[in-house]
Design a protein around this ligand. Sequence first.
Ligand code: ARG
Length: 466
Amino acid sequence: MSIWDGRFSEKMNPDFEIFNRSFETDQRLVLEDIQGSLAYAKALQKIDILTMKELKNIVDGLNEIRTEITNQPALLKESVDEDIHSYVENSLVKKIGPTGLKLHTGRSRNEQVSVDTRLFVKKKINETKQRLKDLMSELIKSARVHEELVIPGYTHLRKAQPVLLSHYFLAYFEMFLRDYQRFDESFQRTDSSPLGSGALAGCSFPIDRKFLAEKLGFSEITHNSLDAVSDRDYILDFLFSASTTLVHLSRLAEDLIIFSTPEFGWIILSDKVTTGSSLLPQKKNPDALELIRGKSSRLIGNLSTLLILLKGTPLTYNKDLQDDKELLFNSSDTVLECLHISKIIIETMEIDSKAVKKALNDDSIFATDIADYLVRKGVPFRSAHKITGSIVLECEQKKIKLSELSLDRYKTYSLLFEDDIFKLFTLNNSINSHSVVGGTSHDRVKGELARAEKRLKHLIIQEFKK
Ligand code: ARG
């Protein structure tokens, strides 16, 4: 029997019944649904729809259902209900009898979906923020351990200029910190209670919406019932934040895959997060990183699916919206898992500083320093760039390093070159010349590292205070 049986004379087609059902997916919201129902029952009693005795019956019944399901999750498998909302209501009626039939007074499943998913999104945002903090902390640790190590920095996957490895790790720290803030901001927008919106027009009983919000831990209430039952932009916010995080994780994964190839060899991934090949005995494959890179695509897919799902639905509720939950669950599980695995990868990997040093043997990474040298002596940058380009070309043709070209040869390009040109070919000189805020000089990175530690600590304290 379904909850809307009265109006129908024919039975539902069994195939459509399965097609229509969302229980397999939305049973994950059982605790949120019970939480919403407990608050709603209390609000109904406040306006005398329920007596104190009826309220007690309902509250006891709901609490019992919660305990039973928590102790025996397999109970959910026995359900034949259409969705989690009908399940909770039907289970309550089975347990306490006709009083249970009063719980849905003035309430609609349309608002229940919104309540449950908002509670779920808020919980997942908090969990994701925690995982982001764990990852940020790991990045800071790695930056500390390798504070002084220099690596070649790349553009177009070609060596560009030397940078500190700690500067590299802190780049990802910045990205994940912004992800954290993005989740934080989307939390604010999710944190409004839609309960009391009814099916679409608002509750037809004078239900205390602020009381409901307070009971459910929402900071605010929504202000338009049509909007409250039909928009899912708080889920979009979550999916966007999660996609951005996964894009960052995917880029990090891609870097680490490259850096750990035998050709680079800068990074040695731990056996704990790599796999072997069934055929090739020598292989140690970066599967964990590849999975993260791969899974980023489904996050982006889930985001675009929901955007497309929403764009053509007229106000207010339409059943299309039922498909939002699969996307939400899939994205929230994936972002949490990928953050966790990324942390383990970073925590367990080793840096081979000898291999890094070997990569720095190629001193073309000092070409910009030569151009800057001329600029400091008054040459316009464009001309300095051209002169240096010609020097690089000569060295390339002669198969010698920039530091191996004689001063006499340098002077044929510009008389401004002096003996001190050879001082340019040291890593520290190059690194420390980038001393602007945000640059890779030792002092700046030291400062930023301390700042990152402070910012992370501040986030941890902020959470603790909540
Ligand atoms: N299972 C539905 C969903 O997830 C619940 C809302 C059903 N509302 C309705 N009017 N049929 O969207």
